[in-house]
Design a binder for this molecule. Structure first.
Ligand code: URA
Length: 222
């Protein structure tokens, strides 16, 4: 099962303050406070950023203090942080709070729903530096079916082949993780929590609802 794969890390497996934030983004009593919802996504991304930072390469750098010289460890290279618009924006900020010199990529992907409940993913916008030889960290608050994420990654890879891809999600679904790994087996998934169920319309159960709407308000298109 996905949750036990070494390249799937469920950050809720350990008790930490993260549980409070997961509770707040899920709870109908709290999640309607948009500012708190966005802040919690940002904080979850900060935790993931710190954990991911333990898996990036570092180099020694000479550091001169007012009193002498020492060697410090600094990132060998800056990662590229990518976000699928619009729901990922708050998590993107959380990643930037830690990787403050990172390069950035943005992709637009949205679901065009049909009357029979099915949907297709529409990709329209890409702004991305070269990804050749880089560490790519993608935030997608809700890793549900995985179809928009896989399409977004395929779109991003037109800009080069990263060394490694990390995906962070506030809530991920096992179906989506498996679908992602079918297409990109080496991708590492960092999830605030992992749920098992999906509705026919591709919503995670119990999940939290529509992350983009909760963060930024409703939209005309479904
Ligand atoms: N996107 C969301 O915002 N919520 C889900 O449950 C699935 C996809």
């Amino acid at each position: 099962m996905s949750a036990h794969q070494p390249n799937v890390i469920n950050l809720s497996k350990q008790y930490s303050i993260l549980h409070e934030w997961i509770y707040e983004i899920r709870s109908v009593d709290v999640q309607t406070d948009r500012m708190r919802f966005r802040k919690n996504l940002e904080r979850i991304a900060e935790v993931a950023a710190y954990e991911i930072s333990k898996h990036l390469p570092y180099v020694k750098k000479l550091c001169t203090t007012p009193l002498g010289n020492t060697h410090c460890w600094v990132l060998e290279q800056q990662p590229v942080i990518a976000t699928i618009l619009r729901a990922g924006l708050a998590m993107h900020q959380g990643l930037l709070n830690y990787f403050d010199k990172a390069d950035n990529a943005f992709v637009s992907a949205y679901r065009k729903h049909h009357d029979d409940g099915s949907f297709e993913i529409s990709l329209e916008y890409l702004s991305c530096p070269s990804l050749e030889g880089r560490y790519l960290i993608i935030c997608d608050p809700m890793l549900a079916t995985g179809s928009s994420l896989v399409k977004a990654i395929q779109f991003l890879l037109e800009c080069g082949q990263p060394i490694q891809i990390h995906v962070i999600a506030a809530i991920a679904c096992t179906v989506g993780i498996d679908y992602l790994h079918k297409h990109f087996p080496q991708t590492v998934v960092w999830a605030g929590d992992i749920d098992e169920e999906l509705t026919a319309r591709g919503y995670i159960v119990p999940g939290l609802g529509d992350a983009g709407d909760l963060a930024y308000g409703g939209k005309q298109q479904q």
